[in-house]
Ligand binder design. Structure first.
Ligand code: PMP
Ligand code: GLN
Length: 384
């Protein structure tokens, strides 16, 4: 008797495996240096590991409170206040999440209903649009300018009566661009008196270069009232595998956020939360990231000076875009595959971050890697 095939109706028929998973797997398969997926290839601090261990031994091994360990929420609120001069009530306005990915999923699910539009600025990180679609919403893509600055005229043109959310990411993955004071002013203007929620992905807030300061949307009194600020400890403490992040938002928004959060994870890893809370006593752990990663960016770029790539140094994040248009006519996917197979370096093509312009001859490399790995990769890339 032949088995009846299950009739499935996919929620995301157009989605395959993420480009980060695809490229990291290929890097392993072809023993290539992995500059593709964004994660450090060096360990987090011993002190932080000991703190997790300490809290595990002390018995902090059962469910944390639903919104997060109070000690950690207090530290997050204090840090935001110190850096951005914005007060959030840690009881009612800060929620600890299982990484920024869950915070983004929760925020979009909480506020996007059937037919709502969410504006997404391209190139865009891959976890925004699928969640809008799963929520019955419509992603409205707008492109950055060709120099990868924010094109606010296009954003303004995309706003309709149905626009419910505008997703902002600064420092920006994959382009490394950052919001300026004038961007914030324009953002205030174009969202003024509109019923639009701002979802601000600031996971690279502490990785910003050349003396610039990160501008958080929460620094603007006007914007902070409609903003869900998302960040991640994974980027800040070299612990992407621990998957802990947070959402800071006014009570009105946090109440709705938590309604969803409690049914997705309920609560997040307990000993890790207490360890981060204690580790945050020392601000240098996050303040030192700027110089730490700027040195790595500069090491990589100076080693690529004799390569065929053109580039503008990233202003933030641990990613650098490289333009190969003087080197090859291949599309970015084929070029990336040839780099893995023939050169031994895995990178990420830009086109999976885009729906509007997929034709650019640009790849992304991650420089959160040991110096010797960056130098070896650069040597291979210079030899093309
Ligand atoms: N947003 C951006 C822009 C990212 O690059 C990433 C991932 N690295 C995330 C969100 C997800 O962060 P997390 O690993 O904390 O889920
Ligand atoms: N954010 C990481 C990157 O941009 C990847 C995280 C993931 O694999 N989902 O490379």
């Amino acid at each position: 008797m032949s088995e009846k095939t299950l009739a499935l109706s996919s929620k995301l028929p157009g989605s395959g495996l993420s480009i980060f998973a695809v490229m990291s797997k290929m890097a392993v398969d072809y023993s290539a240096i992995n500059l593709s997926q964004g994660f450090p290839d060096f360990n987090c601090s011993d002190e932080l590991i000991s703190l997790v261990n300490k809290y595990q031994r002390k018995g902090f091994n059962q469910y944390a409170p639903m919104p997060g360990a109070p000690a950690l929420r207090e530290k997050i609120a204090a840090k935001i206040n110190t850096l951005y001069n914005k007060e959030y009530n840690y009881e009612t306005e800060i929620t600890v999440t299982a990484g920024a990915t869950q915070a983004l999923f929760t925020a979009i699910t909480a506020f996007i209903n059937k037919g709502d539009e969410a504006i997404i600025i391209e190139p865009a990180y891959d976890s925004y649009a699928p969640v809008v679609i799963m929520s019955g919403g419509i992603p409205k893509f707008v492109s950055m300018r060709s120099d990868f600055s924010f094109d606010w005229d296009s954003v303004k043109d995309a706003i309709t009566e149905q626009t419910k959310m505008l997703i902002i990411n600064s420092p920006h993955n994959p382009t490394g661009c950052i919001l300026s004071e004038s961007d914030i002013k324009i953002l205030e203007e174009i969202t003024r008196k509109k019923n639009i929620i701002l979802l601000s992905d600031e996971v690279y807030e502490h990785i910003i270069f050349d003396g610039k300061k990160h501008l958080s949307l929460c620094q603007s009194d006007e914007l902070s009232q409609k903003t869900l600020l998302i960040s991640s400890f994974g980027k800040t403490y070299h612990t992407t595998g621990w998957k802990v992040g947070y959402c800071a938002a006014p009570k009105l928004l946090t109440d709705e956020f938590r309604k969803i959060h409690q049914f997705i994870v309920f609560a997040v890893n307990t000993p890790v939360q207490y360890a981060y809370a204690e580790y945050m006593n020392e601000p240098k752990h996050y303040l030192s990231l700027e110089s730490f990663y700027q040195r790595k960016r500069d090491l990589l770029l100076s080693s690529l000076n004799n390569s065929g790539f053109n580039f503008t140094p990233a202003k933030g994040t641990y990613f650098q875009l490289l333009d190969y248009s003087d080197m090859s006519d291949k599309n970015d996917m084929d070029f990336s595959i040839s780099l893995i197979k023939e050169v031994g370096v895995a990178v990420i093509p830009l086109s999976p971050f885009c729906t509007i312009d997929k034709s650019r001859k640009i790849i992304r490399v991650c420089f959160a890697k040991k110096d010797e790995v960056l130098l070896e990769a650069a040597e291979k890339l210079c030899a093309i």
